[in-house]
Design a protein around this ligand. Structure first.
Ligand code: ATP
Length: 257
């Protein structure tokens, strides 16, 4: 396996405040890679730095996409090189129809490519075909998130970055959203997923990084991270040798009583 995206010693500042303190990570081609961590750890800043959304940042370090250095490029150039980004909070065009939202995503593609892309996206998200004429603002939260992902996929990205796609969804829809991300991965799209829901993310990711205070404090396969005492306790809420399945059973029991 080879890395499609590599960050080395990336340092990002907001004014004089340092948010990333030397982040190094790799995203293997064809993988779902997760970035986990609590509030304010720096997860969103990592994605915004990769996408070139922060003026004159990163201050230090390198970002390689498919072997090419991209840390000094403009966002538009970075997107054109094959990064799709679904930021937190969906950000769809509420006053446009579902189909029009998807057309916006595919504006760089030829008409025939766009038709193919649309068919591909409808095969992943049949609901977007059913609701193609509906105004996007009238979709449910989960459907809006699918539309945001569908729109980012219209550029046929080599790498899809998603920031907390399950945020604000009901528990049932959270499960559905993780299924969707997993399906996108199965369709051959490399995914970099930012999540606070470490437990769910580790069910679908092949590899994960745990970030705290702008640093990577742990990394590994889901199995490795689940065996790491600190990760278990701080991010998965598990203690001792309690397994994830046991903890889930215990939590369910607790709720029922
Ligand atoms: P969350 O899950 O809460 O979004 P996060 O892990 O994505 O957290 P970031 O949003 O990347 O964290 O924030 C990292 C640090 O940078 C935090 O200390 C945050 O307060 C700070 N920060 C983020 N955005 C800005 C900004 N625009 N100006 C100044 N500081 C910021």
């Amino acid at each position: 396996m080879s890395a499609i995206l590599s960050l080395r010693h990336v340092e990002t500042y907001y004014g004089r405040v340092q948010a990333l303190r030397g982040i190094s990570l790799d995203v293997e081609q064809g993988s779902i890679t997760a970035i986990l961590g609590g509030n304010g750890a720096g997860k969103t800043t990592i994605l915004n730095t990769i996408a070139g959304l922060l003026d004159d940042q990163p201050e230090k370090g390198t970002v390689h996409l498919g072997g090419e250095r991209i840390e000094s490029l403009e966002t538009e150039q970075i997107i054109a090189r094959g990064i799709g980004y679904v930021p937190e909070g969906r950000q769809i065009f509420a006053e446009l129809t579902v189909k029009e939202n998807l057309d916006v995503g595919g504006f760089r593609r030829s008409a025939s490519e766009s038709r193919e892309d649309l068919q591909w996206i409808h095969s992943i998200f049949p609901v977007l075909e059913e609701r193609r004429k509906q105004l996007a603002g009238t979709l449910s939260g989960g459907e809006q998130q699918m539309l945001a992902i569908g729109r980012a996929l219209m550029t046929r990205p080599r790498l899809l970055m998603m920031d907390e796609p399950s945020l604000g969804l009901s528990p049932l829809l959270v499960d559905r959203m993780f299924d969707v991300v997993s399906e996108v991965g199965r369709r051959g799209v490399t995914v970099l997923l930012v999540e606070q829901n470490a437990r769910k993310a580790l069910e679908i990711a092949g590899f994960a990084y745990v970030v705290e205070d702008g640093r990577v404090v742990a990394s590994g396969s889901p199995e490795e991270l689940q065996q790491n005492e600190d990760v278990r306790e701080f991010y998965l809420g598990l203690k001792g040798d309690q397994s994830i399945a046991e903890a889930q059973r215990w939590k369910r029991k607790k709720r029922w009583r």
